[in-house]
Design a binder for this molecule. Sequence first.
Ligand code: OMP
Length: 293
Amino acid sequence: MTSGSSGSSADGAGERTPFGVRLRAAMDAHGPLCAGIDPHRALVEAWGLPYTLAGVERFAMTCAEAFGGQVAAVKPQSAFFEVFGSGGVALLERVVAALRDAGTLTVLDVKRGDIGSTMAAYADAFLRESPHAPDAITLSPYLGYESLRPAIDLAHATGRGVFVLALTSNPEGASVQHATLDGVSVARSVVSGAAVDNAPARGRGELGSVGLVVGATVGDAVRRLDLDLVGAATPVLAPGVGAQGAGPAQLRDVFGAALPQVLAASSREVLGAGPDVRTLRDAARRTADALRV
Ligand SMILES: O=C(O)c1cc(=O)[nH]c(=O)n1[C@@H]1O[C@H](COP(=O)(O)O)[C@@H](O)[C@H]1O
């Protein structure tokens, strides 16, 4: 499987297989791990590298080499590249391109969200066809789920995907995400939005391209989301595995019957196995195997 199989038109609206379908195939082939590339200063230095653009390039390209072709998806965290300004952003583009060449799906963690007219520009920046466009991005719905429409529509048009924050892994998230309007929580309204957007995929018996982010650490709180609403058609990105304390048991407890559509994300714990490429690859493979349903 390649991450970018197909022809495409000038605006990218080609015949690429929808992201959800490609994600299902990737998880079936490699297990449900999304390996994060988060070049924290402490990790870069622990690898014996200087915390400079060159050091971070070595770190990130080693990750791309280790993870490419081995895991379902890779999630570079944009913040750690943006620290280095335009050079860091150019490096991020090279990392995405390298993973694309290896046939591995990329979820670029940029957590964008803005008024619709600005959202259209963010959608163009990340979801239109280009050699360094990722397969999916993370989105923040706190200006209203519908404000994300330009990104959702362009993702559908270009065979790409989005993951919308629903219930995040950090303890502070609950104060906003469990707030209710007319008896419906913010998080649950995001789940409903994704269910509507994935209804056509559900009708085809496929995984949709509008995913949710639900932390693997949220415990019982997940019950309030009514994940049943989305059936088996909505992919769920579940960060929090490893450094934030969640493992296979927590994933089973939190997601239950929805587990087959969960893409579990782990960054620091896997990255700690570097800098040797083979050791890093083995750590990712071991984690992916342990998470298999
Ligand atoms: O969107 C995310 O990926 C995300 C959402 C969330 O609720 N919690 C969360 O930790 N993340 C991201 O997932 C990664 C977690 O990294 P580790 O804690 O090192 O595994 C970071 O890049 C976070 O920004």
